[in-house]
Design a protein around this ligand. Structure first.
Ligand code: GLN
Ligand code: ZN
Length: 754
């Protein structure tokens, strides 16, 4: 080890940054709006870091990650570090504005694309690289944050994203193999290591989460040579390579052969898969991720301690850590005064996780007696959770067991289509929308007033009904064929259902960064899921009472509700999915009984839960598809089931789309020129399909001719009897005038082609 005298025993892999009360979000948005200057923004950020870093030290972490702070995104920060921002923002002189332009775009430049960070709900910005991207080192941010932390007396460990992960996550704009750019990046990383050592870093953490995905032989060879080379850098800090969100598998022995000093392994998401190899690594510090950084449950000491002592007893130097960055959990349980006291006891958010890590590290170093009380409290809480009757509702389990695995629609889709058409009598190329209409300020005001107790539920419902009436009248006037109620009553498409289901809990302040300044407050599913009463029927039947045209019922699918929640870790995900599916199934049946003939069950997150490794994907898709079919197969053949998926690049999921067996599937297509239809055809898809012909992500109003052209293209791939005409996604984020103009053109285009 280049610095043989330092080691550490308790750490986390990264810290949240949006602020315990979303201070950074507010400051950043004020900066964007011109209400706060750069100095003001930097001051808010510095304050947050100071408080957070000293608190982490005071809570007993003897190595604290620094540099996981970000004004927007850590991958974008890495692109800045390596001089790899796209050419189109280089004209923007101000550094901060250039950074935000790359993140969000401005009037002149398009932003970088955004995509999901592994299997989390965090989204990163995708660097654009090419064979001729000229990399250069810009180490100011990591150096400044390191110096700031050291000045506070914090045992700081700078964190940077590693070269393999950076290249693997980037998009090759010229089709070149980005791994070939590794030789150009390594000297910059080497230089950075030297600078960080000079500034006083004892350790540096290089994040390589890509190592938990399937790697080719060439990629593994690149891992080997990268860390061989970086470990040969003279006068560098000790290097910790951190991989998280899964098992390292074959990458672990490869890393082990190199001269790095430490490896962080995820013993939560990866289970015990890497333990045997890790136990042989007596010359490396194993940073054991035993506290779940991606979920909110209190750690079970009787699970974590044996993992830790197993390593220690094998002669391996061990530090206790979170499994991944705490970016993915809320800051603290302290504000959660509304949570059921028992449930609250089962949870650990960021602050509580740091305390757990300290307790485990002390138990490991000094024996359990040293922290007997804390361990006792933890054990009692874990036992109480597992014994809680809400975790096993026998009626739900019995119903699921009786339904067995094949709750599916038995009549073939082609026959159903005929029966549904007899009932619905729709014109060729029926027009519809995806569900939401613009969330006007009137709606937001009403929601805020209800929350503050300024209006009561009756008044709120009256106002929502007025919104529905307006949206129905508007759709009739525009001439759409299948109407929606507009979703004014929903805050969020997953949360809205979670709030109404038993087995779910909501937090007051449990914000987690989704991207940039956008935060979400995921519901917590803690027990068996029961639908105590109908959830949407009143709204939908009210909408239907206002029109003779069919109104489409609107539900969120089980996989999406699951994907956007903190999930149970005491049973397989598939079991929880089936329980949610049962609740949605009951709702579809109740809607049908109330006379609703078309029901849409949205699954925009179907692809989000896809496991990182190929070997695990088929099993996931099986249960995900099964859960959707369970939710939608309780209705008669004459009831038409729709689904909506938000994207067009289905990738590995493509085969599953047909498996959903929805009578109609609406998808994103406006930006990809209907190519997705060929992909669907190739995958044997023969159901109704509504490729989006209006890109709702843009304020632009598509012209009638343009929509006709899209539809003509679509008709080359799909027979008219199966083609629907609709926008790409919900209209929630658009302005009413844009929506009206666009939908008029959409209806005109469909009519022209009939
Ligand atoms: N029905 C939802 C809406 O229209 C679908 C949203 C989504 O796809 N994310 O808003
Ligand atoms: Zn969508």
């Amino acid at each position: 080890m280049s610095n043989p005298h330092t080691t550490f025993s308790a750490t986390v892999l990264g810290l949240p940054r949006i602020g315990p009360n979303r201070e950074l979000k507010r400051a950043t948005e004020s900066y964007w709006a011109g209400r706060l200057d750069a100095e003001g923004l930097h001051a808010v950020a510095a304050d947050l870091r100071t408080t957070q870093l000293t608190a982490a030290r005071d809570a007993g972490l003897d190595s604290v990650p620094v540099g996981t702070f970000s004004y927007y995104d850590q991958v974008l920060d890495t692109a800045v570090l390596l001089g790899a921002l796209p050419e189109r923002v280089s004209g923007i002189a101000d550094e901060l504005d250039r950074y935000f332009a790359a993140a969000r775009g401005n009037a002149e430049v398009a932003p970088l694309e955004m995509t999901k960070w592994f299997d989390t709900n965090y989204h990163y910005l995708v660097p654009e690289l090419a064979a001729d991207t000229a990399f250069s080192l810009h180490p100011e941010k990591p150096l400044a944050e390191l110096r700031e932390a050291l000045a506070l007396g914090v045992p700081a460990r700078p964190v940077v994203i590693g070269p393999i992960t950076f290249l693997k996550l980037a998009k090759s704009v010229d089709g070149s193999d980005l791994l070939e750019r590794l030789p150009d990046l390594l000297p910059l990383y080497a230089q950075l290591l030297g600078l960080l050592a000079e500034a006083g870093a004892q350790w540096v953490q290089i994040d390589e989460p890509s190592l938990v995905t399937d790697l080719t032989e060439a990629e593994l060879a690149a891992v080997r040579s990268t860390y061989q080379q970086l470990s040969r850098v003279p006068a560098r800090p000790a290097v910790l390579v951190a991989a998280y969100f899964g098992r390292l598998g074959v990458a672990l022995p490869v890393l082990a052969e190199t001269g790095i000093e430490g490896i962080a392994v995820d013993l939560v998401a990866g289970g015990d898969a890497d333990v045997a190899v890790a136990q042989s690594l007596t010359d490396k510090l194993i940073v054991a991720g035993v506290v779940d950084g991606h979920n909110i449950w209190r750690v079970d000491p009787d699970h974590a301690l044996p993992q830790l002592t197993g390593l220690r007893d094998a002669g391996v130097p061990v530090a206790v850590s979170s499994s991944c960055s705490l970016l993915h959990v809320p800051y603290s349980l302290a504000p959660e005064t509304d949570l059921d006291e028992r449930l609250r006891n089962w949870l650990a958010f960021g602050e509580e996780k740091i305390a757990e890590i300290r307790v485990l590290a002390t138990a490991l170093a000094e024996g359990e007696e040293a922290v007997a009380e804390a361990l006792e409290i933890a054990r009692t809480a874990v036992a109480a959770r597992l014994a809680d009757p809400r975790l096993r509702v026998e009626s739900v389990r019995a119903r699921l067991a009786a339904l067995d695995a094949d709750a599916v629609r038995r009549t073939p889709a082609d026959e159903r289509r005929v029966l549904q058409q007899q009932r619905l009598n729709l014109p060729l190329l029926p027009t519809t929308t995806i569900g939401s209409y613009p969330q006007t300020s009137r709606i937001r005001v009403a929601r805020a007033q209800l929350r503050r107790g300024e209006i009561d539920q009756t008044e709120y419902d009256t106002r929502m009904r007025a919104e529905i009436a307006e949206v129905i009248a508007l759709q009739e006037e525009i001439g759409l064929d299948v109407l929606v109620h507009g979703e004014p009553e929903r805050n969020d498409m997953a949360q809205y259902f979670a709030e109404q289901l038993d087995g779910f809990a909501a937090t007051i302040n449990g914000w987690v960064q989704s991207y940039g300044t956008r935060c979400v407050r995921p519901p917590i599913v803690y027990g068996d899921v029961v639908r105590p009463r109908v959830m949407t029927v009143d709204w939908i039947t009210y909408a239907q009472s206002l029109t003779s045209r069919p109104v489409k019922g609107m539900l969120t699918g089980p996989v999406t509700i699951l994907a956007w929640s903190f999930i149970r870790d005491d049973q397989p995900l598939s079991d929880t999915a089936r329980q949610i599916a049962l609740a949605i199934r009951d709702e579809t049946v109740d809607l049908e009984t109330a006379g609703i003939g078309i029901i849409q069950v949205d699954e925009p997150a179907l692809r989000e839960l896809l496991p990182l490794r190929k070997a695990d994907q088929a099993a996931y898709l099986d249960w995900a598809v099964e859960a959707f079919r369970l939710s939608t197969s309780g209705v008669a053949d004459t009831t038409q089931i729709h689904t909506h998926l938000c994207y067009s690049e289905f990738g590995e999921v493509i085969g599953a789309i047909a498996g959903l067996d929805a009578d109609v599937t609406s998808i994103e297509a406006a930006r990809s020129h209907m190519e997705v239809l060929d992909d669907l055809n190739a995958a044997g898809f023969g159901l109704g399909v509504g490729p989006g012909v209006y890109d709702i992500h843009s304020p632009r109003v598509p012209g009638t001719e343009e929509i006709e052209k899209s539809l003509e293209l679509a008709l080359k791939a799909v027979p008219a009897e199966r083609l629907w005409v609709n926008p790409d996604c919900g209209l929630k984020t658009r302005r009413t005038d844009e929506v009206i103009a666009s939908l008029r053109n959409l209806v005109a285009a469909a009519q022209a082609l009939r």
